[in-house]
Write a protein that binds this ligand. Structure first.
Ligand SMILES: Nc1ncnc2c1ncn2[C@@H]1O[C@H](COP(=O)(O)OP(=O)(O)OP(=O)(O)O)[C@@H](O)[C@H]1O
Length: 261
C-alpha cells in the first residue's frame, strides 16, 4: 500500500514539533526515517496511525492508497487503517499487556478484524509464533510477557503486527531496547517478513548502521523538518547536512565497536 505525506505540520501546546515533513512510500517499498532524539520521528509515525497525543493539531496531507487521513475522526481513521497497517514499537514490554498470555495478544487482531473464534485465533497464534522463530511455539503462546526475554517479546510484537497480513508496517525503533546480537536477529526477521509479504515498510531509528541493514532509502529529520533525503549508502558516504554527518559518524563508531577486537 502506498503512503504519501506532504507538508505535515504537528503542533503540540502551541509549538510546531513537526514542520513541513514530506515523504512517500510506494507499494512494497521500504523507507527509513532517521534523526536525533526529539526530531519528530515518532510523532510523524503516530500521525499516520491516528494516535497523536490529545490536543495536537495536524495540517498537511497524509494519504494511504490515495485516501486522505488528515481531518478525519478517530473511528474513521481506525477503519481506514484497520487491518492494513501493522505497527511495532520500541519497547515490547510496554506495548504488550502484562496480564494476558502472549498467544491471546498475537491473535487479538484476528478476533477483532476477522471474527476468529478463540480456538482459531489460538491456532493461528501458534503458527505465527513459529513463523517469527519463537522456540516451542505451542508452549510459548501460553506464557505471559514477563516470562520471555526482550528479544522474544519483540518477536511476539512482530507476530501480532503481521497477524492480519498488513500492507504497511511501521516500526518505531524496534531494536533499540535490544542488545546487538539480538538486534541482528530481529532485523533479519523484518527483512524476511517484509520481503515475503511484499508489505511496505517505514522503519524509524536514530541509528544509520541499523538502517543500512534493512532499507536502501531514508529521510533525515532534524527539529521537526526534513534535513535531507537519499540512499543510506549516500547518506553514510557523503552527508550534506551536519545532522546526517553526525549520524554517519555515530554509525561508523557503532560498526567499529561491533566489529572490534
Ligand atoms: N505528548 C507530548 N507532549 C508534548 N510534546 C511532545 C509529546 N510527544 C513528543 N513531544 C515533543 O515533540 C518533539 C518530537 O518528539 P518525537 O517523539 O516525535 O521525537 P523522536 O524523533 O521520535 O525522538 P526519540 O528518538 O527520542 O523517540 C520533541 O520535542 C518532544 O519533546
Amino acid at each position: 500500500m502506498s503512503l504519501e505525506i506532504e507538508d505535515l505540520r504537528i503542533e503540540l501546546g502551541g509549538r510546531a514539533v513537526v514542520d513541513g515533513v514530506g515523504l512517500s512510500l510506494g507499494d512494497g517499498d521500504r523507507l527509513g526515517l532517521i534523526g536525533e532524539s526529539g526530531s519528530g520521528k515518532s510523532l510523524t509515525a503516530l500521525a499516520v496511525l491516528g494516535l497523536l497525543p490529545r490536543g495536537s493539531t495536524v495540517t498537511g496531507s497524509i494519504r494511504l492508497d490515495g485516501r486522505e487521513l488528515v481531518g478525519r475522526g478517530d473511528a474513521e481513521l481506525a477503519r481506514l487503517r484497520g487491518k492494513r497497517v501493522g505497527m511495532v514499537f520500541q519497547e515490547p514490554a510496554t506495548a504488550l499487556n502484562p496480564v494476558r498470555r502472549v498467544g491471546a495478544q498475537i491473535g487479538e487482531s484476528l478476533r477483532i478484524h476477522y471474527g476468529f473464534s478463540k480456538r482459531q485465533a489460538h491456532e493461528r497464534a501458534v503458527r505465527l509464533a513459529e513463523r517469527v522463530q519463537l522456540p516451542d511455539p505451542e508452549q510459548i503462546v501460553q506464557r505471559y510477557p514477563h516470562e520471555l526475554s526482550g528479544g522474544q517479546r519483540q518477536r511476539v510484537a512482530i507476530a501480532a503486527a503481521i497477524a492480519t497480513g498488513p500492507r504497511l508496517i511501521i516500526a518505531d525503533e524496534p531494536t533499540t531496547a535490544l542488545d546487538v546480537t539480538v538486534q541482528a536477529g530481529i532485523l533479519d526477521l523484518f527483512d524476511e517478513e517484509v520481503a515475503e509479504s511484499g508489505a511496505a515498510l517505514l522503519f524509524i531509528t536514530h541509528d544509520l548502521a541499523v538502517l543500512a541493514r534493512i532499507v536502501t532509502r531514508a529521510v533525515v529529520l532534524t527539529a521537526g523538518q526534513v534535513a535531507e533525503t537519499g540512499t543510506v549508502t549516500g547518506l553514510l558516504a557523503a552527508p550534506t547536512h551536519p545532522v546526517t554527518a553526525a549520524l554517519a559518524a555515530a554509525a561508523y563508531q557503532t560498526s567499529f565497536v561491533a566489529s572490534g577486537p
